[in-house]
Design a protein around this ligand. Structure first.
Ligand code: AGP
Length: 613
């Protein structure tokens, strides 16, 4: 997803902007650029490709100055080209003096473009964002005040934006504005930063101000003014970043994805820290902002998410229905926000999102709020839009997840949903001893995940075969059905091998047509009452010469004899099986992608946080 970094202060802006863009690279992008102001001139440099290409350009043509803005673009309108890269210059031919970077989508850009072209403004790109630059330039011709010019044109923009502007006529000033796409200010000593993600400002300051929708900021080295478009001046709310930027370093791992897979024992410890009560055999969830009485009154729960978060929600459905006896509906965020689902007034809506900025998930939250439902966020990023707009919620505390393919966030979401199921169950019928069993299962999970990670050498060998496959099937029952879906998504999104996940019983209703000796069929089949039924499905694949990979309980004597590859996981209470069974699948996707030479942490076409619909 696009990234924005701005700086104004006593230091050279270009180096700080480039460092910030590098910290946002993990979000996925296809071009990069920056603009600085110095000596009454605007220096604009931009390139398609990686930040390193921009650095090469700057080595040849430096951009001086202590004030500047920069951007990494994830193409929405127009392909990745130098001209379509941001910043975009605004102004009539020969009078360019300002630059704009923009995240989001301007839905009425075509009409605005026609209006501006009719007045003689020259367009150099195919993007929607360029209209913003010319609108501001046109307003500046009369106001001569950059902040006023920006505020004047914002009502003309239909759609979403997180934008930053700088101008040669206003040295040292950056104006930022937010509507639907995140912006955060870094408050330094004698300097200020502006970014779309706190990771870009963290190396310089821990003090941050998250902009709300409708707010406009004007930053100079010594000044920070915030105002809402309608409500007027706003006192900046200074938060503190609670993680160290070095946490997001590789720590000796070759990729962020494998680092984050290996971090999962710690991830589950952090997700449960301070939230398990042996005394009451329940979970302690302080941020729900709903009384036990209100939670007891709930008659239904809707879990909403996208991608991996949707898979975690599906695990949550099995857990909450089984442990708390509450009906649960799992919804794709992009569908929920428009399908007008019939919800009664005793329905709680939970939004799951690692980034807390996914546009579809944010839209679903706002739709649920519009209909008057308590909306609870299960998110990782502190201070993210979804976290701030929800009525309450539960943070994952998984630390920054850099790999585009989500791994440790899935573990944290599943752990938190297990805590939620336990808490809701103990509000209702769940006995002390049954509650304590779940507490103990969660306490044992980190050690068991550590054990499960030892399967990596076997997975590495299995990856040889899978890397040559045209497709692959992932099959699981009950609590392991969502894990099968997640395994398929992992393989698909980083190896580009189209993989399919199904409930095991569904295989014979169609997917079995894919079975042949070249198609790996991955069965999740930990010991459970349905174990024998899985064996039957495995036999059906073997009878057709299929390639069988099974994930089962260590010590199982039957499965290895039926499998081309058996991937053992430790024996464990059923409630934490999803946390264990996903490990070999994450590792399999990683090693297959490695063998295929894929860009592990930044797979093609993908973004870490999809902040556009
Ligand atoms: C997961 O590996 C994917 N990168 C993607 O499906 C992701 O889970 C989805 O975009 C939701 O992101 P969120 O959790 O930040 O809302």
């Amino acid at each position: 997803m696009c990234g924005i970094v701005g700086y104004t202060g006593p230091r050279e802006a270009a180096a700080i902007l480039l460092g910030g863009l590098r910290r946002l690279e993990y979000r996925g992008y296809d071009s990069a650029g920056l603009a600085t102001v110095e000596g009454g001139r605007l220096h604009l440099r931009k390139r398609m490709g990686r930040v390193s290409e921009l650095e090469d350009l700057l080595a040849r043509r430096p951009a001086r100055g202590g004030c500047g803005i920069s951007h990494t673009r994830w193409a929405t309108h127009g392909p990745a080209t130098d001209a379509n890269a941001h910043p975009h210059a605004g102004g009539r031919a020969g009078m360019v003096g300002l630059a704009v970077v923009h995240n989001g989508v301007i839905e009425n850009h075509a009409r605005l473009r026609a209006e501006l072209m009719a007045e003689g403004f020259p367009f150099a790109s195919e993007t929607d964002s360029e209209v913003i630059a010319h609108l501001i330039a046109r307003a500046l011709e009369t106001t001569h005040d950059l902040l006023e010019a920006v505020v004047t044109i914002l009502p003309r923009l239909e759609g979403t934006y997180g934008l930053a502007v700088c101008s040669a006529s206003h040295p040292g000033l950056i104006v930022g504005a937010r509507m639907g796409s995140p912006l955060v200010i870094g408050v330094g000593d004698g300097e200020h930063l502006l970014a779309s993600d706190a990771a870009a400002v963290a190396p310089h300051t821990k003090r941050v101000v998250y902009l709300e929708d409708g707010e406009v900021a004007s930053l100079t080295p010594a000044g920070l003014d915030l105002a809402h478009r309608e409500r007027g001046p706003v006192a900046p709310r200074i938060d503190r970043i609670d993680w160290h930027p070095d946490q997001a370093e590789l720590g000796g791992n070759p990729h962020y994805m494998i680092k984050e897979i290996r971090e999962q024992p710690t991830t589950v410890v952090d997700a449960c820290r301070g939230r398990l009560s042996r005394r009451d055999a329940t979970a302690c969830l302080g941020g729900l902002n709903l009384s036990p009485r209100a939670l007891r009154r709930a008659r239904r729960i809707v879990l909403v998410g996208c991608g991996t978060s949707w898979h975690a929600a599906l695990v949550g459905e099995y857990l909450i229905e089984r442990i708390a006896h509450l009906p649960v509906e799992v919804e794709y965020a992009g569908e929920f926000r428009y399908r007008n689902a019939p919800l009664d007034d005793r329905t709680l809506v939970f939004i799951l999102s690692q980034s807390g900025e996914t546009a579809d998930a944010l839209g679903a939250l706002r739709e649920a709020k519009r209909r008057g439902h308590p909306t609870l966020a299960i998110v990782n990023t502190v201070g993210s839009t979804i976290a701030r707009e929800a009525t309450g919620g539960i943070y994952l505390h998984a630390g920054q997840e850099v790999g585009v393919a989500s791994t440790k966030a899935f573990a944290a979401q599943v752990a938190v949903l297990t805590l939620l199921a336990l808490y809701l169950g103990r509000l209702r019928h769940l006995s002390f001893s049954d509650g304590l069993a779940i507490v103990e299962a969660l306490e044992s999970a980190p050690g068991l995940i550590e054990e499960a990670l030892k399967v990596e050498p076997i997975v590495e060998r299995a990856a040889e075969q899978v890397a040559t496959a045209r497709t692959a099937l992932f099959l699981g029952r009950d609590l392991l059905h969502p894990v099968a879906l997640e395994g398929a998504l992992k393989l698909t999104e980083i190896s580009y091998i189209p993989a399919h996940g199904y409930p095991t019983a569904e295989m014979k209703h169609g997917p079995i047509a894919l079975v042949d000796p070249q198609t790996p069929c991955v069965f999740l089949s930990a010991r459970s009452p349905l174990y024998s039924k899985t064996l039957s499905s495995i036999e059906e694949v073997r009878a057709r010469g299929g390639h069988v990979i099974t994930i089962g309980t260590d010590g199982d004597r039957v499965l290895p004899a039926l499998s081309d590859t058996f991937l053992p996981i430790p024996d464990a209470p059923e409630v934490i099986l999803p946390l264990l069974a996903v490990i070999p699948l994450q590792l399999l996707a990683y090693h297959v992608a490695l063998k295929l030479g894929r860009d592990i942490d930044k797979p093609r076409n993908l973004a870490k946080s999809v902040t556009v619909e």
